[in-house]
Design a protein around this ligand. Structure first.
Ligand SMILES: Nc1nc2c(c(=O)[nH]1)N[C@H]1C(S)=C(S)[C@@H](COP(=O)(O)O)O[C@H]1N2
Ligand SMILES: [Mo]
Length: 410
């Protein structure tokens, strides 16, 4: 185990532990210059800090928790709970009692305000399950130059798990919504970092048309178990294909609005990008931003792991996952020559709409040496992933450039 790590680091010095400059909130002094045989992750007693999470997840911040999943740990078609990334904007609620938890439906466009316990949700409405891809709008932020402030996500702020709950549309039908309803917004029970109880951590939402899709769930289970504490237990809004910031955790209230929801992080430069393309580094007036809707087409190579040392004598099986926001992925290609030539991959159909799709292929390397493997997905409207970092924007959203890994064949 240790040995492999050292080998890998010597030929790909930056990939293995580059994100670990901060461990458990304490800056690791000269974290990037640690002796080769010391893993800063080893300082972390994972049972102390992140129960139920895989020890190899990368901690970007612990106040609030922001933790990403290395690409090679996203090989499962259904992301297990321990490999599901965490993006907290505030402090998770201290107590989450399933029996007393309620969901209120209110807002100016509901016919009546109604409240449901989780038990009532389960008994009143039909239960549905969907595999849904959740990707943080800032996934890939680390790639932008000039750099954007915020968590420096590389590739791993994405997951696709099985979510179980009731359709938001069934609840809204029961409550009754007015014809002027244009948007929904969520509120959760996490608290603001400042400790100010009146400050809302995050309250985002989607247009009513997206809210009423079959796959938009109020979920109490992930992968047939309770939702993990950090991922929203006991109740969560889950909306696939859009920035995961619309999937409200620790959900306590949904409001139906007759205006575009104006909750915390709906306005300013939060989860918004310039309406027109801008020069990298340009200052953009706030009135020139628009809300991010569907996420763009993207893919990951989840096997092999970057830094792998492979043998020349057999074909290498390469595989990964691909997704395309509201659309389906229709094609998948890889290149082992920096994009000069591309080879088509096998691509599975999604299990259901808004679920990521597994892809695989085999390659025979022409000779020994160093290679990069690049992966490129194309969506059902013919749009592909760019090979270089696309559309610079002030907050570093929507980087869907090709995932690249490095391997040595020898
Ligand atoms: N209540 C609440 N919901 C939230 C957040 C939050 O901080 N509080 N973060 C949002 C963001 S920005 C993302 S990317 C996803 C992350 O979901 P995860 O932590 O389960 O991976 O949750 C969203 N829902
Ligand atoms: Mo996010």
């Amino acid at each position: 185990m240790k040995k492999n790590l050292e080998n890998r680091r010597s030929f790909l010095a930056k990939t293995a532990l580059s994100a670990v400059g901060m461990v458990a909130g304490l800056p690791v002094v000269f974290g990037r210059n640690l002796p080769e045989n010391i893993s800063p992750i080893g300082f972390l007693k994972d049972e102390e800090v992140l129960p139920g999470k895989h020890p190899d997840l990368t901690i970007l911040n612990n106040r609030p928790w922001n933790v990403e999943t290395p690409a090679h740990l996203l090989n499962d078609d259904v992301t297990p709970a321990d490999k599901f990334f965490i993006r907290n904007n505030g402090i998770p609620p201290a107590t989450t009692d399933v029996n007393s938890w309620t969901l209120e439906i209110s807002g100016e466009s509901v016919k009546q305000v109604k409240s449901f316990t989780i038990k009532e949700l389960k008994s009143k409405f039909k239960t549905h399950s969907y595999n849904l891809t959740l990707e943080c709008g800032g996934n890939g932020r680390a790639g932008f130059y000039p750099s954007a402030s915020g968590n420096q996500w590389t590739e791993g702020a994405v997951a696709c798990s099985k979510w179980t709950g009731v359709r938001l549309k069934d609840i809204l039908q029961d409550v009754g919504i007015n014809a002027d309803a244009v948007y929904i917004g969520y509120y959760g029970k996490d608290t603001h970092l400042s400790g100010d109880a009146d400050k809302v951590v995050i309250s985002r939402g989607v247009p009513i048309s997206k809210a009423l899709e079959d796959e938009t769930l109020i979920a109490w289970a992930m992968n047939d178990e309770d939702i993990p504490a950090m991922n929203g237990h006991p109740l969560r809004l889950v909306i696939g294909g859009w920035p995961a910031s619309v999937s409200g955790k620790w959900l306590s209230k949904i409001v139906v609005r007759n205006i575009v929801h104006d909750g915390s992080k709906m306005e300013g430069d939060s989860y918004r990008v310039p309406k027109n393309p801008v020069q990298p580094g340009e200052k953009v007036p706030l009135e020139d931003f628009k809300i991010i809707e569907s996420m763009p087409v993207k893919s990951l190579i989840t096997y092999p792991k970057t830094g792998a040392i492979l043998s020349m004598d057999k074909k290498l099986n390469i595989n990964g996952q691909a997704w395309a926001g509201d659309l389906e992925v229709s094609g998948m290609q890889i290149s082992i020559d920096f994009g000069a030539t591309w080879q088509a991959c096998e691509l599975r159909k999604p299990v259901n709409r808004l679920a990521w799709q597994h892809w695989s292929t085999e390659v025979q390397f022409p000779q020994s040496g160093y290679y990069e493997i690049w992966a490129k997905a194309t969506d059902s409207e013919g749009k592909s992933q760019p090979m270089v970092i696309p559309g610079w924007n002030p907050k570093g959203y929507l980087n869907n450039s090709c995932h690249r890994i490095a391997v040595k064949v020898g």
